[in-house]
Write a protein that binds this ligand. Structure first.
Ligand code: CUA
Length: 334
């Protein structure tokens, strides 16, 4: 039987694919929905897959049956030679139309409901794409951060998507579908996260050399943890007391860093790179590709374009001592 092998191959591939989607080993998956928005997307996907599997199964059964039942046997006469059949043509034209219309029937409401303006009382969060990192702003609190999107569980948040340069696309699979961030045009995603945790994401629009290094992380917190985080972020930067860190603070203002970065409570007010007021409170740096620790911070500052090709932050040719004091300062900015 000729059709046996492809079916076995498809089943094997499906098993392989389901093994790959383990959300523990591969957290960046749409099969691990953590918000209402992610759930409706996955439900839609499942609905379409079910329709597809049923149609595919029926077609395959009919095909196998007809191939066996009407196969040529020795001594068979030539079957009647006919041309066209209005009945059959009407059936195979209208059948798919009905099936696709049914899929459209349960897809359209999801499109309209997820494109609708956010419900009143949603918390606005500004999400701005940059080459190659994401900026997250909490306008009501006057807080600006990078790489890590903090949201409270159980509260509807309205992500206000824009870009500072080229087209990026915001995508945290656990939170829901991707949506483009344009310069000069605002897009929205609103959603309500339903469980606490950290979930990775990835820019999904080719945006330059380091598109693949433009990652992000969603941190879903209990409302009280979120409020504590937000309150801590509102505070101006601490003034370092440690002499090494204090020297780093001086250097930050004089060595060019302050032209591109803001540190609230200091003269540094640059708007090109991430706001670093509380950079030490973040788990990741450099577009979320590096864990935030002294070693990685040093590697990053020593030669940014070597870590993230196309990085706007240039290699400043910092000496070993300059690197030491800057790392000490940045690590003090809790
Ligand atoms: Cu930003 Cu790809």
């Amino acid at each position: 039987m000729q059709h046996g092998l492809p079916i076995v191959a498809v089943i094997a591939l499906a098993l392989l694919a389901s093994a790959c989607s383990s959300s523990v080993e591969n957290p960046q998956t749409s099969f691990n929905p953590q918000s209402d928005y992610a759930n409706v997307g996955l439900d839609l996907f499942k609905g379409i897959i079910i329709v597809g599997v049923v149609v595919g199964g029926l077609v395959e059964i009919a095909l196998v049956y007809v191939a066996l039942r009407y196969r040529r046997r020795p001594g068979d006469p030539l079957p009647p030679q006919i041309h066209g059949s209005t009945v059959v043509e009407v059936i195979w034209t209208s059948g798919p139309v009905v099936i696709v219309a049914a899929i459209l029937g349960f897809t359209l409401p999801v499109i309209f409901s997820t494109q609708a303006p956010a419900p009143a009382g949603s918390m606005n969060i500004d999400v701005t794409g940059h080459q190659f990192w994401w900026e997250f702003g909490y306008p009501d609190a006057g807080v600006l951060t990078a790489n890590e999107l903090h949201i409270p569980v159980g509260q509807t948040v309205n992500l206000v998507l824009q870009s500072d340069d080229v087209i990026h696309s915001f995508w945290v699979p656990a939170l829901g579908g991707k949506r483009d961030a344009f310069p000069g045009h605002t897009n929205y995603i609103w959603l309500k996260a339903d469980s606490v945790g950290e979930f990775p994401g990835q820019c999904y629009q080719l945006c330059g050399y380091s598109h693949g290094n433009m990652r992000e992380r969603a941190i879903i917190q209990t409302p009280s943890d979120f409020q504590s985080w937000l309150t801590a972020q509102k505070a101006p930067a601490v003034t370092p007391t440690d002499p090494t860190a204090a020297e780093g603070a001086q250097l930050f203002q004089t060595r060019g860093c302050s032209a591109c970065h803001t540190i609230n409570g200091t003269p540094a007010a640059g708007k090109v790179g991430p706001n670093l007021t509380h950079v030490a409170s973040r788990g990741v740096i450099a577009g979320s590709i590096l864990e935030n620790n002294a070693e990685n911070l040093r590697t990053w500052l020593k030669d940014p374009p070597a870590v993230k090709p196309g990085s706007v932050m240039p290699n400043l040719g910092l000496s070993d001592h300059e690197l030491d004091v800057l790392v000490a300062y940045l690590q003090s900015l809790k």
